[in-house]
Design a binder for this molecule. Structure first.
Ligand SMILES: Nc1ncnc2c1ncn2[C@@H]1O[C@H](COP(=O)(O)OP(=O)(O)OP(=O)(O)O)[C@@H](O)[C@H]1O
Ligand SMILES: [Mg+2]
Length: 747
């Protein structure tokens, strides 16, 4: 096994220890995921059937990458591994066992938006104050309950919960939970938390089913174990109860989902559950430079509730961590984009080497604008994803309804879209009729004549007939043929095609794109189930941290929230918005525990970087429509200053920091080694004044405050911005953007 050469001693020991419970709690970048990968490869090489291995990852993308790596070692057998996120694996299991818990085989998976809409509808129906019972807040309570496996019954009967809700002046949450659960059940729908909750119900109420899966999953492995919630913990514990071959890896310092119910207690419980536990320590970080690892250690040291770990790196010292100070969020974007552009050109990097991480999705706007101005391609991971767009949700609602006509949210969404003369009043009547007669909305819709006057009922029954005909078609055809037909027959294509505005055009193109995606899905030769139902399940499980990689075109800078970046690595990382109230987030911190979670988030962000880390902040930014002045984040001061270069943050004059290459350094810092890219034998004259370069021509001699003297060898203009390629005498060739470069034209 030559892959053992790719592991250090403790990693190899963890890989070779294949039987019994095993846990690795170790620092970032120490090879935990790598150990899991090779552990699986090792099991397969020893003849374990891939169908008997379950590996749970944090994102679908992580699962794909792990599978690809294992395939390199053991070949195509790796395709048969059970590998994916908790949600995708257990959705798959629930699908084949659905009837046991009273759900249809093709149950719908409600996304957050569907769940919020349903909560709003319930709040309205119950005549409650929608300002008090905001859907996000209510759902948060329901979700927390489900993740702790608190059923509706337990919720409404628990005196402590009732007191909590009463104290918060929201005594009706239990009633909403009850309604919500029964409406989901009637609609044959599960939300994300239900996928785990119902798996627990399934295993609890059906020991034979549990037994079956215990026999299938002889080896269970979990990555990012620190972020599992109670519901997930219990599922893995039950599955592993028979063979006790369970291996979990994680890092308590990277636990960042407490707000969604992740529980550090799961690590401590693990030790209690398996007294025969083997624990492996990994201390060497292979990902990052010494400076980055030490800086990260100096930050996490401030957390009190942390298991002690020493993480070290044997890599080079690397450059110091740069801090950029900008006068506004737009300037911050500009400085970050410039820095990326410069590094990419000077060091011949790929845009894939760069990531910009932020605390909240809203921060991407300024970054995107700045990147676009420099023609830098980027992709955003998470945020408003493709599948959240209105037109996509509309067509998907038709598809969902085809597969599961009881899906109430889908039905309400498209019953009168495109318009077919079914007004709001009629819809309310239908909903009431369903409530009163204890039927599902679909049952009422498909028998509208029994409830409403013929004139009103006819178009409704017509719609029901249409959906029924789609179901017949979908049973015969693959997902693509069915979806194409439905898009046309429903009138959606015509509706969007006739809208000639730019937005209308882009909506039409998005529908085309969705159909292309479905075609790709059914054309995949390895895909066994090409049905519409299978496709819908697949897209319902796209998480915030997944991108539609298939559409990626060429090199791109990656933009994402820190939460989505967990487990990933990039050569150069920018953490932007390092300001008080933004990071640490004002919304999130009300206690020391919250502050510690924000700090762990910062630790996660720092440790994504391999070679270079840049932190930026703005002294003012627009928030909620107002320009606010901002203070730099306390986290910046927590980094041991010997690892930080405040070069771009030192300027007393904010204007100067606009790519002015301010060369002063903070005097209390140890001066770092000069950067190779600076012309050493050159000092800019005190009166250096950049010239107007709009008429710059090749062959002209120029002076640059950092690079010294040079000659312009080429000029390139693209979409209004001009790049100059300049041969500098001392530092060699550089490509500079004229709108930013401070150049004095000498001849
Ligand atoms: N023994 C080793 N020799 C060389 N490179 C290694 C070794 N172990 C790990 N690496 C590399 O170090 C990097 C970090 O490894 P990995 O992602 O497995 O760490 P991790 O502990 O899972 O990190 P995180 O906590 O961020 O999830 C990867 O690029 C990996 O390939
Ligand atoms: Mg990892």
């Amino acid at each position: 096994m030559d892959y053992l050469k790719l592991l250090n001693e403790s990693q190899a020991a963890a890989v070779m220890q294949t039987e019994g419970p095993c846990m690795i709690i170790a620092g970032a970048g120490s090879g935990k995921t790598r150990v899991l990968t090779y552990r699986i490869a090792n099991l397969l090489e020893q003849g374990v059937d891939p169908f008997n291995i379950l590996a749970l990852t944090f994102t679908n993308k992580a699962a794909r990458e792990m599978r690809a790596r294992i395939e390199k070692v053991v070949g195509p057998e790796a395709k048969n591994l059970w590998m994916g996120t908790f949600h995708s694996i257990f959705a798959r299991i629930l699908r084949s066992e659905a009837d046991k818990i009273g759900f249809p085989r093709h149950f719908t998976i409600y996304d957050t938006q569907d769940s919020k809409t349903l909560v709003s509808q319930i709040v309205k129906e119950l005549d409650l104050d929608d300002k008090l019972y905001k859907p996000g807040m209510v759902l948060g309570r329901i979700s927390a309950a489900k993740n702790k496996l608190i059923s509706v019954q337990q919720y409404v009967n628990d005196p402590v919960i009732r007191q909590d809700d009463e104290a918060a002046l929201r005594p009706k949450i239990g009633v909403i939970y009850q309604q919500y659960a029964s409406r989901c059940f009637k609609a044959g729908a599960m939300d994300f938390d239900d996928l785990l909750f119902n798996t627990n119900v399934l295993f609890k109420d059906h020991p034979d089913v549990l037994n079956k899966y215990q026999n299938i999953f002889k080896f269970v492995m979990v990555d990012e174990y620190q972020d599992t919630n109670y519901s997930q913990y219990l599922i893995t514990r039950k599955l592993a109860a028979k063979d006790r071959n369970i291996c979990v890896v994680g890092d308590d310092a990277q636990s960042i989902y407490a707000f969604r119910g992740a529980d550090i207690q799961n690590i401590l419980n693990f030790e209690k559950d398996y007294p025969e536990l083997q624990v492996f320590k990994l201390e060497q970080n292979y990902r990052s430079t010494k400076n980055i690892v030490r800086a990260a250690n100096s930050v996490i040291k401030n957390n009190k509730a942390q298991l002690r770990k020493d993480v070290f790196s044997d890599n080079e010292d690397g450059t110091l961590i740069e801090v950029i100070k900008a006068s506004s969020d737009n300037e911050e974007g500009k400085l970050v984009a410039n820095s990326i552009y410069e590094d990419k050109m000077n060091l011949h990097l790929s845009y894939d080497d760069f990531a910009i991480l932020y605390r909240t999705n809203a921060q991407s706007r300024a970054m995107e604008e700045a990147l676009r101005k420099l023609n830098i391609k980027y992709k955003i991971v998470g945020g408003l994803s493709f599948y959240q767009r209105k037109e996509i949700k509309d067509l998907v609602a038709y598809l969902r309804l085809t597969v599961n006509p009881n899906d109430e949210q889908a039905l309400r969404r498209v019953i009168n879209y495109p318009k077919r003369g079914i007004g709001d009043t009629t819809i309310s009547k239908l909903i009431n009729a369903a409530e009163e007669s204890n039927h599902t909305l679909w049952e009422v819709v498909s028998n509208a004549n029994s409830f409403l006057a013929t004139r009103i009922a006819n178009p409704i029954e017509g719609f029901a007939e249409q959906i029924k005909s789609y179901a017949v078609l979908a049973a015969k055809e693959d997902a693509f043929e069915a979806a194409k037909f439905i898009a046309k027959n429903s009138g959606m294509i015509e509706e969007l095609y006739s809208d000639k505005s730019i937005e209308g055009l882009s909506r039409y193109e998005n529908i085309q794109e969705l159909l292309n995606g479905i075609k790709e899905y059914v054309d995949d030769p390895e895909r066994e189930d090409k049905s519409l139902a299978a496709f819908l399940q697949d897209i319902a499980l796209v998480t915030d941290a997944d991108t539609k990689d298939a559409k990626d075109e060429g090199e791109t800078v990656t933009l994402m929230t820190i939460h989505s970046a967990k487990g990933l690595e990039f050569r150069n990382v920018y953490i932007v918005g390092m300001e008080e109230n933004l990071f640490p987030s004002q919304m999130m911190i009300t206690s020391r525990a919250d502050l510690e979670e924000e700090r762990r988030l910062f630790y996660v962000a720092i440790t994504r970087a391999e070679k270079k880390l840049v932190l930026s902040y703005a002294t003012s930014r627009y928030q909620w429509g107002n320009l606010r002045s901002c203070e730099k984040s306390r986290f910046l001061d927590e980094i041991d200053p010997q690892y930080v270069d405040f070069k771009f943050a030192a300027s007393p004059n904010p204007g100067e920091s606009t790519f002015g290459h301010v060369l002063e350094r903070r005097s209390n810092l140890i001066p770092p080694a000069p950067r190779k890219t600076v012309a050493k034998g050159y000092t800019p004259p005190a009166d250096f004044q950049p010239s107007d370069t709009s008429n710059l021509a090749t062959g002209q001699r120029v002076e640059h405050p950092k690079f010294g003297y040079g000659t312009v060898t080429k000029l390139e203009t693209q979409q209004g911005s001009t790049k100059a390629i300049i041969q500098f005498e001392e530092v060699g060739e550089k490509t500079l953007l004229l709108s930013f470069a401070k150049l004095r034209v000498l001849t």
